[in-house]
Design a protein around this ligand. Structure first.
Ligand SMILES: [Zn+2]
Length: 328
């Protein structure tokens, strides 16, 4: 049986953009990627966040690149408007659902796309962006990431370098505008700097538990507790390297559920959601290999002892609560 879910992170738009640049056919409705509208519908999608991901070292202007991705995002939403609609204010969640549509939430994964400028942040807000990461894996004008060695995986977490002065101003402005601050990819120090500035909820849209899998993209137990104190949520990331250190052939629904259970043990049942990272990761090793398999994870959570309400909190209620509090 299908169960409503909110996925806080995917890189599908970047993959469609890549196909477009390569002159290949591309469609959000049906494709050979991890996410398309058909499989979102089959799995029970309520809200899908779409990240505008910019690889900072490969573009001349992060601002221009994020705008080009945003253009493509709206072209695809327009083509598929009978199935999916943008989520711009809190009322849109229920409005879109009532109209039988999946909600799409535009997010920015490379904070440098605003180039440290409040004006450019407002520009993306006006284009519908409602969530933004401080950094991806590169240091930028807003702050420091936990560096990740692309070939060797995790390196040590950065507990010294956090947000820049510009970064602090941008985070304050995000709060004022009603945008969700996303600390996934942030250094440990950047995470705590965000927690000092944002009084209410913020998120780690696609990060797991460092206690279970010692990757610096994951949160320590202390970070999980701080996130919980803020009413924030972290989304379970399906990336094999962030789920298990021992590199099994298949990442099962149970492996993902183990992270859910650890979040709940440390931070309570309100601190965890879903942030698949589909189309940014190798999904061939996943048992829950696309959104149409989402019910498998829900069944697994209930099988591990969560009540149906608790499983629904993980699937959508916790993130819905954050969006209701943060969005205008
Ligand atoms: Zn990411």
């Amino acid at each position: 049986m299908k169960h409503k879910f909110i996925d806080m992170h995917c890189d599908t738009i970047s993959e469609l953009y890549r196909k477009k640049l390569e002159g290949k056919p591309y469609s959000l409705y049906e494709n050979d990627l991890d996410i398309d509208i058909k499989r979102l519908g089959a799995g029970g999608a309520y809200i899908q966040c779409f990240a505008m991901f910019t690889y900072l070292m490969k573009v001349d202007s992060a601002y221009e690149h994020a705008n080009a991705l945003t253009d493509l995002y709206y072209e695809e939403l327009e083509k598929n408007k009978e199935y999916i609609a943008p989520l711009l204010c809190r009322g849109d969640m229920e409005k879109n659902e009532k109209n039988g549509k999946i909600s799409a939430l535009l997010t920015l994964e490379e904070g440098e796309c605003v180039e440290g400028s409040a004006e450019k942040l407002k520009h993306f807000y006006d284009r519908g962006a409602r969530m933004m990461n401080i950094t991806w894996n590169f240091k930028n004008s807003l702050g420091h990431p936990n560096l990740v060695d692309v070939n060797n995986g995790s390196v040590s977490p950065d507990t010294v370098n956090g947000l820049t002065e510009k970064g602090k101003e941008i985070v304050e402005y995000m709060v004022e505008l009603g945008m969700v601050v996303d600390t996934s990819h942030s250094s440990d120090k950047s995470f705590y700097d965000v927690a000092d500035i944002v009084k209410g909820p913020f998120v780690a849209s696609h990060s797991n538990c460092r206690e279970l899998c010692g990757h610096t993209r994951n949160l320590t137990d202390d970070m999980i507790r701080v996130l919980a104190e803020h009413g924030g949520v972290s989304g379970i990331n399906y990336c094999p390297a962030f789920v298990r250190e021992d590199r099994p052939e298949v990442i099962t629904a149970q492996d993902l559920a183990a992270h859910v259970m650890h979040f709940i043990k440390v931070g309570g049942e309100d601190v965890v959601g879903i942030g698949t990272d589909y189309d940014g990761i190798n999904s061939r090793r996943l048992q829950v290999r696309d959104p149409s398999y989402a019910p498998m994870l829900w069944d697994c959570l209930v099988g591990m002892g969560l009540s149906e309400d608790q499983a629904d909190k993980v699937f959508y209620k916790n993130v819905k609560r954050v969006l209701t509090e943060v969005l205008k």
